[in-house]
Design a protein around this ligand. Structure first.
Ligand code: AMP
Length: 224
């Protein structure tokens, strides 16, 4: 069987979460969204959550070693042996290097990186309309991807709210962090011949179609 080892890269609010959820359903692969993993840890007040919260509240990145540990655990667990979708990781060059060496250690490699790109202006517009379900964090947008019933999640039935870090001043800080620390990954993966750029400013259905087409052209990792 061929394995799909995929990274979704892009600025906050470019649609990675929406597309990741759709891909996960389609491809039946484990989907690791590090923002969701960290928010769950904060909610449960685990050691990782207690450590991460102050960084997240400010819109700063959580230290690399915390994230590298989280992803290494999942890759070593066996549940991702037939492929995975990473969303929000890696977000720095040291995280990308750690991922490369972990995969190398496991005799594996990345299939491709999908950059869902968007302008800063578009991102501010999107994040101000973004709503997430209180229960499981399913993502909506009041204008581009509304729920069937106003204010209620289609999937888990819980209330839809604005994330604290989607407030305008925190969004601006997250964008600065993205340009400084995460954008260098575009070149990092370009040099490895893994980067595929998708225009994220389109409606979610169009972005999904572009991603699907792209995935069908990727050469898959040979697995067992
Ligand atoms: P997200 O939901 O992907 O926008 O992530 C929300 C927040 O979680 C970010 O603003 C960071 O504080 C933190 N976070 C998520 N993934 C990472 C990562 N790979 N490295 C550092 N911090 C992260």
């Amino acid at each position: 069987m061929a394995n799909l080892n995929l990274i979704l890269l892009g600025p906050p609010g470019s649609g990675k979460g929406t597309q990741g959820e759709r891909l996960q359903e389609d491809l039946d692969l484990p989907y690791y969204a590090t923002g969701d993993i960290l928010r769950a840890a904060v909610k449960e007040k685990t050691d990782v959550g207690l450590k991460a919260q102050e960084f997240m509240d400010r819109g700063d990145l959580v230290p690399d070693e915390v994230l590298i540990g989280i992803i290494a655990d999942r890759l070593e667990s066996g549940e991702a042996d037939h492929g995975f979708i990473l969303d929000g990781f890696p977000r720095t060059v040291p995280q990308a290097e750690a991922l490369d060496s972990k995969l190398h250690e496991l005799g594996r490699s990345l299939t491709g990186v999908i950059l869902i790109d968007s302008s800063d202006e578009e991102i501010v517009r999107r994040l101000s309309g973004r709503r997430v379900s209180v229960k499981d964090g399913h993502v909506y947008h009041v204008e581009f991807n509304p729920p069937k019933v106003d204010g209620i999640c289609d999937i888990d039935g819980s209330e839809l709210i604005t994330r604290d870090d989607d407030k305008p001043e925190v969004v601006r800080h997250r964008l600065v962090q993205y340009h400084e620390k995460t954008a260098p990954l575009v070149d990092f993966y370009k040099q490895q011949g893994l980067l595929n750029r998708i225009e994220g400013g389109e409606p979610p259905e169009k972005v999904e179609e572009s991603i699907r087409k792209l995935i069908s052209t990727l050469s898959l990792e040979e697995g067992s």
